[in-house]
Design a protein around this ligand. Structure first.
Ligand SMILES: Cc1cc2nc3c(=O)[nH]c(=O)nc-3n(C[C@H](O)[C@H](O)[C@H](O)COP(=O)(O)OP(=O)(O)OC[C@H]3O[C@@H](n4cnc5c(N)ncnc54)[C@H](O)[C@@H]3O)c2cc1C
Length: 237
């Protein structure tokens, strides 16, 4: 059951600049001071006095119900990005949350999960992946494809390395479209990898990013035999 959205205020508690492309923000809830959300949901934040809003997926996991983190691609540099950038620690924001229905469908750990993201689209998928690990530990097979332009865009490198080395049920394919010659892993777009890797037709697929990437990924998955009913997506732009 998804909780209906309500108005929350929260204050900026931390900001971490991963690299020139991605910044992570952590907010602590003020009023109400607890939020029950499901991994994959997002907040709709008021970003100017005229009432414009921007949506941001929650990258943290629901076990922290008194705060949440966002993972933001700063490149668009429009209203939303500039609003977040101008916030000082302790400043309050207003938002509607939790929003959206992009959440893991099957609660059966025997059903593998495959997460396919480009850019900041990894945010809801990272939340889902860690949430599933908290729920099922090593029981559920999970694979994350994360498409980025440059190796330098990668974030959480040590966390992701530890995640894979500590959990034999988790596979991570960072996929770099403009990789240097020395990049040892997947080159190209996530769809290039999905065309050549083994594709598990029994898995559920969660795809997040821009519209074209989503359309291309769905087309490849269907071509590889994945039933359309097993593919779920969230479009960022
Ligand atoms: C459900 C949902 C969840 C979202 N979650 C996140 C999230 O977790 N992290 C995040 O960074 N963004 C997320 N977005 C996108 C976010 O809402 C804003 O659109 C984005 O931050 C740009 O806003 P802006 O006001 O800075 O730029 P705008 O002025 O709104 O956009 C400028 C231009 O950039 C394009 N654009 C928008 N987003 C991107 C992007 N990520 N990369 C390249 N071009 C882009 C737009 O199409 C537009 O043409 C989400 C969107 C939706 C609908």
């Amino acid at each position: 059951m998804l909780n209906p959205p309500q108005v929350f205020t929260a204050k900026l508690a931390d900001r971490f600049v991963h690299n020139p492309k991605f910044t992570e923000y952590h907010f602590e809830l003020v009023q109400p001071n607890k939020m029950n959300f499901q991994a994959g949901q997002y907040v709709s934040m008021a970003v100017d006095p005229a009432g414009h809003r921007r949506s941001y997926s929650i990258v943290s996991t629901p076990d922290n119900d008194h705060g949440f983190s966002l993972f933001v691609d700063v490149e668009p540099n429009g209203l939303g990005v500039q609003y977040l950038d101008r916030l000082n620690f302790g400043d309050t924001v207003s938002m509607l949350a939790p929003m959206g229905q992009f959440v893991v469908q099957s609660s059966d750990p025997a059903v593998p999960l495959v997460f396919v993201a480009s850019g900041s689209g990894v945010a809801p998928l990272r939340s889902m992946l860690y949430d599933q690990l908290q729920k099922f530990a090593g029981q559920r097979q999970m694979t994350l494809y994360w498409g980025l332009r440059h190796e330098a865009d990668l974030c959480w490198v040590n966390d992701l390395r530890d995640l894979v080395s500590d959990h034999s049920n988790v596979v991570f394919h960072p996929t770099i479209s403009r990789a240097g010659d020395g990049w040892p892993l997947c080159h190209g777009r996530v769809t290039d990898c999905l065309l050549v890797h083994d594709v598990d037709v029994t898995a559920e697929y969660y795809v997040c990013g821009n519209q074209q990437m989503i359309l291309d990924t769905i087309a490849v998955l269907i071509k590889r035999g994945v039933p359309e009913s097993k593919i779920f997506h969230e479009k960022f732009y």
